[in-house]
Design a protein around this ligand. Structure first.
Ligand code: SF4
Ligand code: SF4
Length: 448
């Protein structure tokens, strides 16, 4: 298989980055890369997907990963995995000698080890320039679940119809499950034995970067976790962001201690972003320093500044994200493109140990196993979003009343646009179609 053939398979089978924002994987693949890095850092607390997939499907994932290294013409593939995923590391060590182009790189148990730019530095020593993409330094990063999806597409001719989700927090039986894309959140929470408490909120994604969701929402290709927490939990309160209040709080109590900048992973890699300066600019209405405003575009929204660093409980990440959005809406492009040669002198000592982060977020009691269920979740209805990836939304090609089988294409993206095809995740009948989503009701042998 050559690279062009692989790209077509990935686009038509709906492969997008399962661990992040859903960037279409075919568009990442580039023959200029000399290293392909597999992200098995899974750095968000409580999520248990990737470490279990690599342990259970070791051979499938490594076979496909080495195939990708060869198709891309890379010198090597590096598996970046955290040191405390001991069983997963053992599983890889047991097989890796069969794959001459692959090597294992054991990472420290710190957050955010899985951030692409951080991972590239930790595994290769290369610093991605400000605002640039990994290929600028000859690297491509793929997530473990994405590689498993590529295996299913290339070897089993199966499109992406499922995603793996950890359901944890205040549930009776924390679990990780393979669920049809478009399953309702309530069906997943019920599978985990339901909530143990009455007043709760649900985070879709990890506690650092996830967002609040509801029981009636639907999961997408990039959903990795559902975390049930008490309504008054610290992590939930941090999600209740109101820019008009948070800016006033910044004006009153930001002490300019600069702890947010000292712990910012992008700042520590030499990028010009300094959240304490951005807070000062915002809080005091300073307008002469345009660079500080535009430096918000270098934020990866990891959340360290507001969830861990700030002793005043301020919200730099949320304010920065708001400002970034406004600049984007105005069509302003990132002007920063420095290529740092050295990282911060103190970087080694400013990493955030994952156990400390979990304790600070008051999540220690929820830091438990959530074993992968052998069964796929069965659901009666799915809502499949047409915007599950970065780029142009998929365009529905089905109509109400059509019968579809699991794996049939129901949404396409044309050749001119970035995007990935969307497929029916269950066998059934189309009951609603709009430009945003398609509903399918199961028929007969549920989800066969
Ligand atoms: S850590 Fe908090 S108080 Fe200190 S500079 Fe940053 S936002 Fe201000
Ligand atoms: S969220 Fe905060 S700590 Fe993370 S990159 Fe952005 S400014 Fe830095």
């Amino acid at each position: 298989m050559n690279l062009d053939e692989l790209k077509v398979i990935l686009k038509e089978n709906g492969i997008v980055g399962a661990g992040g924002a859903g960037f279409p994987t075919y568009a990442k693949l580039n023959s200029k890369a000399d290293v392909l890095i597999m992200n098995c850092a899974e750095c968000e607390p409580l999520i248990r997907v990737d470490r279990q997939l690599i342990k259970i499907y070791t051979e499938e994932i490594l076979d496909t990963y080495e195939m990708m290294v060869q198709v891309l013409g890379c010198e090597k593939g590096i598996i970046g995995i955290k040191s405390h995923y001991k069983e997963s590391i053992e599983a890889i060590k047991h097989k890796i000698e069969n794959y001459p182009k692959l090597e294992l790189n054991i990472l420290e148990d710190v957050y955010p080890a899985g951030d692409e730019v951080v991972l590239i530095y930790e595994t290769t020593g290369r610093i991605v320039p400000e605002g640039a993409i990994p290929i600028t330094v000859g690297a491509i990063v793929v997530n473990v679940e994405t590689v498993l999806n590529i295996h299913n597409a290339v070897v089993n001719k199966k499109a992406v119809v499922d995603t793996y989700v950890t359901i944890t927090g205040e549930v009776n039986n924390p679990i990780t499950v393979k669920a049809p894309i478009g399953s309702k959140v309530i069906d997943l929470i019920n599978l985990a034995g339901g909530s143990k408490i009455e007043d709760y909120e649900i985070i879709m994604g990890g506690p650092m970067t996830g967002r609040l969701t509801t029981l009636n929402s639907y999961i997408t290709k990039t959903t990795k976790a559902l975390i049930v927490l008490p309504k008054e939990h610290l992590v939930i309160n941090k999600r209740k962001f109101d820019p008009s209040i948070d800016i006033k709080r910044a004006m009153s109590v930001c002490s300019q201690c600069r702890m947010c900048s000292d712990l910012c992973p992008r700042n520590q890699l030499g990028h010009v972003i300094s959240p304490h300066k951005i807070m000062n600019t915002l809080a005091n209405g300073l307008t002469e320093d345009i660079d500080t405003f535009t430096s918000t575009m270098l934020c990866c929204e990891c959340g360290i500044c507001e969830m861990y660093a700030c002793h005043q409980g301020l919200a730099p990440r949320s304010l920065i994200a708001e400002m970034k959005l406004k600049l984007r809406e105005k069509g302003i492009k990132n002007p920063h493109n420095n290529a740092p040669i050295n990282v911060g002198r103190m970087r080694e000592y400013r990493k955030i140990p994952i156990d400390r982060l979990i304790a600070k977020l008051n999540l220690t009691t929820y830091n438990v196993d959530a074993n992968l269920s052998p069964d796929r979740l069965k659901v009666k209805k799915v809502e499949i979003n047409m915007r599950q990836h970065i780029g142009a939304p998929a365009v529905p090609i089905v109509k109400v009343g059509d019968e579809v089988y699991k794996g049939n294409v129901i949404g396409i993206v044309d050749e001119k646009n970035l995007g990935a095809f969307i497929h029916a995740s269950i066998t059934g009948v189309i009951v609603s179609v709009s430009e945003n989503s398609i509903f399918i009701e199961a028929r007969g042998d549920i989800n066969g």
